[in-house]
Design a protein around this ligand. Structure first.
Ligand SMILES: Cc1ncc(C[n+]2csc(CCOP(=O)(O)OP(=O)(O)O)c2C)c(N)n1
Length: 319
């Protein structure tokens, strides 16, 4: 694919995510969206860069903070907003909400509210692909809090032993809820430790979606060529509170001063600048208008859609 198309694809993803979340923020207090919101704002470069580098046959899994992953992978917003409003037209018929997104046809297996629970599931998918002789990768996204869970280490170990093509994507915002990494980790560097495993290790603190794309492309190629997992340690800054739609710099666990340098290299701003090397300002404004219209329409449709019938209550559930 030509670079121009990739830059365009990246901007579509970061802009769609940011604007969809802006719309959520604008309407959340009306109380139509009953689901808790863990916002991706600030982390858009990671999901967009990785999804742009992945192929249609690849699969992804995410956490409760996966708006960016869903929107980047699918590009659609009708099912997304309907799910936020708990409506029958949502991708989980309104039973999942913001934390349980899925798009099986697009290879988004699931997102989960239980920290690290998606990681062993990713191994299962990668093992199935290996048995079927498929040339694809499974990218599993998780926060830095997930590496505090035993199942992360067990899964990493098993994936290395089994030679599974899993991309372990650690989206590191430095906090698990309000607890900073240095109060949780008895080690300095996760990448130093993971480098001792039989896998390829990549790291970046870039908020430039193009740079993340280039990194992800290398990581994907290495996983396929070397028949082993990759670990991507990617830093970003969470702009909003852990759960909810507001800033929380008065909560006492972090300061706005810490945030300012990240805001200067905001992922949407950077990717817009990247795209302006290929398109005119008018063309970018037109693209933005189309995406704004897309999400406004999705929001309206979601508000007007019906709730699922009571007979649906116990359907599609494991019991
Ligand atoms: C197994 C488990 N333990 C605890 C929680 C409560 N919890 C929800 S989010 C969270 C912090 C996770 O932080 P991180 O993985 O860094 O992700 P972030 O929220 O920063 O994206 C915790 C402890 C949970 N959901 N699951």
């Amino acid at each position: 694919m030509k670079e121009k198309e990739i830059q365009l694809g990246l901007y579509r993803k970061v802009y769609l995510t940011r604007r969809a979340e802006d719309l959520i923020r604008a309407h959340y207090l009306e109380d139509g969206m009953k689901t808790p919101m863990h916002m991706s704002t600030g982390g858009e470069a990671i999901s967009s860069g990785i999804c742009e580098a992945l192929q249609a046959e690849d699969q992804v899994l995410g956490t409760y903070r996966s708006h960016a992953l869903y929107l980047s992978r699918t590009g659609e917003s009708d099912l997304f907003f309907a799910e936020m409003y708990g409506k029958a037209t949502g991708m989980a018929k309104g039973k999942g909400g913001s934390m349980h997104l899925t798009a099986a046809d697009e290879g988004l297996i699931c997102t989960s509210a239980i920290v690290a629970s998606n990681i062993p599931v990713a191994l299962g998918a990668a093992f199935a692909n290996k048995m079927a002789g498929k040339e694809s990768v499974v990218a599993v996204f998780f926060g830095d809090g997930a590496i505090d869970e035993g199942v992360f280490w067990e899964s990493l170990n098993a994936a290395c032993l089994m030679g599974l093509r899993v991309l372990f994507v650690c989206e590191d915002n430095g906090y698990a809820v309000h607890i900073p990494a240095h109060k949780r980790h008895g080690y300095q560097s996760i990448t130093t430790i993971v480098s001792g495993f039989e896998c390829d290790v990549w790291q970046s603190d870039s908020t430039d979606a193009w740079q993340i794309y280039l990194l992800a492309q290398q990581a994907r190629a290495a996983a396929i060529q070397n028949n082993r997992p990759g670990f991507l340690h990617l830093k970003y800054y969470r702009y909003l509170e852990h759960v909810g739609v507001f800033e929380d710099f008065k909560a006492g666990y972090r300061s706005r001063t810490e945030f300012e340098p990240w805001l200067e290299r905001d992922p949407v701003k950077i990717q817009r600048e990247n795209l302006l090397r290929w398109l005119t300002e008018e063309a970018v404004l037109l693209l933005e208008k189309q995406i704004d219209q897309q999400i406004e329409t999705s929001l309206q449709r979601a508000m007007e859609a019906p709730f699922a019938d009571h007979s649906e209550l116990l359907m599609d559930l494991y019991a």
